[in-house]
Design a protein around this ligand. Sequence first.
Ligand code: SAH
Length: 243
Amino acid sequence: MPRQEFFYAPPENFAGGFVELKGDEHHHLTRVLHHKIGDRVTVVDGAGNAAVDGEIVFSDRAVTRIKIHTLTKNLGEPAVHLTLAQAVPKGARFDWLVEKGTEIGVSAFIPLLSEHSEVQPGAGKAERWRRLTLAAMKQSCRSVWPTVNEPTHFVDLVKNLSEFDLALLAHPTASDIARDLAAHAMPRKVLLLVGPEGGFAEEEVTLAQETGCKLLSLGPRRLRAETAGVVAAMKVLEAYGQL
Ligand code: SAH
């Protein structure tokens, strides 16, 4: 059976055994996909809840009401919560990164400001990235809408690692530690740091190691920054059987 179409509604729209779609999601369901009363769809709340096989019971110009038959937790979610902190490359490359990262299973993105960063993201970018992660969440059948945090300075981030069980910095001259990772118990929260095209400054690498980051190799080839972000995320999720 093909996967059901995924829709999004905020948590407050789930109530009393029903969920309501409004705005863009309502429009997409009725006007673009031409769903009818009786059709079955999946609605996720972006916080890990999914009404799977929901039944469309009512629809007018403004709202579609869906009966919840089964409510599932963490549908499509990896057991590892992965935060990808990455310097923002030029042009639309970060757009690509948040989309692909979401498909793979990244749960949060942090635009990273480091010594050799090229781009200081403008204010309008956050909204754009939110929309891209929303679309990618639905398309990849996930139930958690990844967050895109405020741009954060490298130093501020690596000095506050206490919320993470494991922090890894992708570095071209590191050794391959993926197997070592797999030998240990699965961490709950992982931070992954990936540098800009100019790489991390040596002082940044040293500071990261001092604060407890491990260095991770992504192989003998030098990857473009956004490729490195995706490959690093894959590598970590794969190490714990979560890809
Ligand atoms: N000129 C830089 C390379 C930058 S590539 C240098 O020599 O350091 C951009 C970022 O992608 C790097 O900072 C690193 O985090 C990551 N990266 C690219 N290729 C990698 C590899 N083979 N192993 C680990 N990290 C890599």
